[in-house]
Design a protein around this ligand. Structure first.
Ligand code: G3P
Length: 216
């Protein structure tokens, strides 16, 4: 499973990249709005440190605006993937951008049916928002499971990119289900390495070694 960093914070992305765990990055208008620099600068800086798919979302809601912004974003760097919302205009633009060999990450997906349409439109990635589904009492990971089954049934090559990840349980379930990608806030990725028994065991090893009074 690939890990994408769900952030526009360069320092945090670099921290994950330094661990070799940044296979790509996803941004969205809310994440970008938290950074006090132009969007193109954010993307240029991210592309300079992560050699993988970098999702950049349009802000247009109409077909023509999505096409204009999608083409513009795609020209920023070879690794840019254009993020489009799962709407009628988004599906139409996905199909059109696919013909221009511009990869699309269909975002704001909340149902298996939406993911089916995204695949049929030719999206390179589909982003089911599991955290936001859980927030409304639905089962986000169940939707991921269904999407993976539907994609397998029809041999779609759209990659399932689990998004809106809120905890390490979402990561584990994504891996158990065989999701292609999990995009996580940097903090979640960094949390994956932690276990209290590891810290406890390391302390015991070092305490015991210290009694030996020897250096390696
Ligand atoms: O990339 C999608 C992700 O950023 C949404 O996460 O936590 O705002 O639902 P969240």
């Amino acid at each position: 499973m690939k890990f994408f960093v769900d952030s526009a914070d360069l320092d945090k992305i670099k921290q994950v990249a330094d661990l070799g765990l940044a296979d790509g990055v996803t941004t969205n208008p809310s994440l970008a709005s938290k950074q006090n620099k132009p969007f193109k600068q954010i993307l240029d800086e991210i592309c300079a440190i992560v050699d993988g798919p970098i999702s950049a979302e349009v802000t247009a809601v109409d077909f023509n605006g999505m096409m204009e912004q999608g083409r513009k974003l795609s020209k920023f760097h070879k690794n840019i993937v254009v993020k489009l919302p799962c709407t009628e205009a988004g599906l139409k633009a996905t199909k059109a951008l696919k013909k221009e060999k511009i990869p699309v990450n269909m975002t704001l997906v909340f149902s298996t049916n939406q993911a089916l349409l995204a695949a049929k439109a030719g999206a390179a990635f589909v982003s089911p928002f599991v955290g936001r589904l859980d927030d409304i009492g639905e089962d986000g990971m169940k939707v991921v499971e269904e999407i993976l089954q539907v994609y397998k049934n029809f041999n779609f090559d759209t990659q399932v990119l689990v998004a809106s990840v809120r905890n390490t349980e979402h990561v584990l379930k994504s891996a158990l289900l065989g999701a292609h990608v999990c995009t996580c806030p940097p903090e979640i990725i960094l949390e994956l390495v932690k276990h209290h028994k590891t810290d406890e065991g390391l302390k015991k090893f070092l305490d015991d070694w210290a009694k030996k009074g020897e250096k390696i």
